[in-house]
Write a protein that binds this ligand. Structure first.
Ligand SMILES: Cc1ncc(COP(=O)(O)O)c(C=O)c1O
Length: 475
């Protein structure tokens, strides 16, 4: 745990309000100078100016060459990459048991698992319906390899795991040799934190577990000394904003051998010959790091981790919880004069089960929903950055709108158009929602601005009439 104050951040003795207000002034003043209300932290976190200064100082004071050589500039880069790798493992308390592979983002980390997991050898892939498309897409690798796959459903009332069904599915493949279960530690859509206890439950029944931690780790401690998934995917910009284009795959050392790399590239081989087409792959993380590493940006990951640790992950967690609670309270109270709810929130009721993310829809006084794209557009006019749509996670949306598997299959049989609006028309059901997500630097003024914006729809009747089925809404 870092306790030095190398970024000159506010005094740690301050209470949360004072601390984050000073931090915002010091490192995020561009938000207020430019009049932004940024509420898309699950999309991407914001970086503090101190991170940039530290990285530019590092770059401007050093000479760094391409790693993989013993020349001095190359060695310098390798040292910094090694240092950062150790810092990442340390951050997740994973030094003993895990290998850290640097990737371009969480999606590339997930792709490695998809490409290399032995689905073809009596393989089965079980995935939660609440997954990002970068996890969903892995079923295609499974199918191509000849494995079987299925989804574990989520509950339509609170968007949590349907525990009975998941228990059944975990018990249902006793004879399969290579079973992979994938779920997100936190939903990128509903903000629902799914219990990490599913990791050991699945492991005990011989499942390997792929934990997509991309939406969880920016505001929660993932202690891999306690919870031990076999594979973990992370995108660093979601934790500290800068640099983009960097993520990692953490592989449990016991499962490293299970991933079969299907080709070789520069940097991944110990020996390769042309005259006789043979090669030997390297034994460690290098095996999955194709070509030249992003050796100038990787040191900025260490800076980002130091920055987060200097603020304190616990403080961040607490702050985000306070802020999202404040937002939820405000949203719950928004009503039209006739008593109709202006906003309906989806997802867990219990604040302890929710990260800093909320999805909702906006309704007019007669109960007609405003299309999400209209709200997003109006918000953009007010310099409010919220996100709308299905957020690369169609399972949540299908649950929210009670769209059956049969309806979806019929759509694909009867239609060959390939876009959402076509599907909306055919299913007679609007899709999508609006997502607001908060970060440690979000303050009450940001929330009040969003609420004021939503209140501008109070008592206003919608003129157009998009088709809609009854959506499950909670809170
Ligand atoms: C839970 C989750 N998994 C995976 C991803 C994919 O991350 P990236 O686009 O950085 O690869 C995201 C991005 O929003 C996410 O929230």
């Amino acid at each position: 745990m870092k306790i030095s104050n190398e970024f000159g951040l506010p005094n740690l003795d301050l209470d949360n309000d004072a601390y984050f207000s000073q931090l915002r002034q010091k490192d995020f003043s561009r938000l207020d100078q430019e009049g932004h209300t940024y509420l898309d932290y699950t999309g991407g976190n914001l970086y503090g100016e101190s991170q940039l200064k530290a990285h530019f100082k590092f770059l401007s004071e050093g000479v760094f060459g391409n790693p993989h050589s013993i020349n001095p500039t190359s060695m310098r880069s390798s040292e910094k990459v090694d240092e950062t790798r150790a810092a990442v493992l340390d951050f997740f308390n994973a030094k003993e048991d895990y290998i850290c592979v640097f990737t371009a983002n969480a999606s590339s980390a997930l792709k490695i698992v998809g490409e290399c997991y032995p689905f073809g050898d009596e393989g089965h892939f079980l995935l939660l319906a609440d997954n990002h498309n970068s996890v969903n897409g892995i079923w295609k690798y499974c199918e191509l390899a000849g494995g079987s796959f299925e989804y574990a459903p989520i509950r339509t009332d609170n968007l949590g795991i349907d525990s009975i069904s998941l228990e059944e599915k975990l018990a249902s493949q006793p004879d399969k040799r290579n079973k992979l279960f994938a779920y997100p530690a936190q939903s990128n859509v509903s903000g629902k934190k799914h219990s990490l206890d599913w990791i050991s439950k699945a492991n005990k029944q011989n499942w390997d577990v792929l934990l997509d931690a991309a939406a969880f780790v920016p505001t929660n401690k993932l202690d891999l000394g306690v919870y031990k998934p076999d594979f973990v995917s992370v995108s660093f910009y979601k934790i500290f904003g800068y640099p983009t284009g960097m993520g990692c795959l953490l592989i449990h050392k016991n499962k490293f051998h299970k991933l079969t790399k299907r080709w070789f590239a520069g940097g991944t081989v110990k020996l390769v010959t042309v005259g006789s087409p043979n090669y030997y792959l390297t034994e460690g993380h290098e095996r999955f790091e194709d070509g030249t590493l992003n050796y100038l940006d990787i040191p900025a990951i260490k800076i980002g981790l130091d920055y987060i640790q200097e603020i304190g992950l616990q403080r961040i967690n607490q702050r985000v919880k306070e802020t999202i609670s404040y937002l939820l309270e405000q949203l719950k109270d928004l009503k039209h004069t006739n008593g109709q709810a202006l906003v309906r929130i989806f997802g867990p009721d219990n604040i302890d089960e929710r990260g800093g993310t909320v999805i909702f829809n906006v309704f007019d006084p007669s109960g007609k929903v405003y299309p999400y794209f209209e709200i997003e557009e109006y918000a953009a006019n007010e310099m409010i950055s919220i996100r709308a749509g299905c957020f690369c996670n169609p399972g949540i949306d299908e649950a929210n709108y009670c769209i059956s598997n049969e309806e979806l299959s019929n759509y694909f049989i009867n239609r060959d158009e390939d876009e959402l609006f076509d599907m909306i028309e055919l299913l007679h059901s609007l899709r999508g929602a609006i997502r607001a997500s908060v970060g440690f630097i979000t303050n009450r003024t940001d929330i009040d601005k969003l609420v004021k914006f939503l209140l501008s729809f109070k008592d206003k009747n919608k003129t157009s009439n998009p088709t809609r089925k009854k959506a499950h809404a909670v809170l």
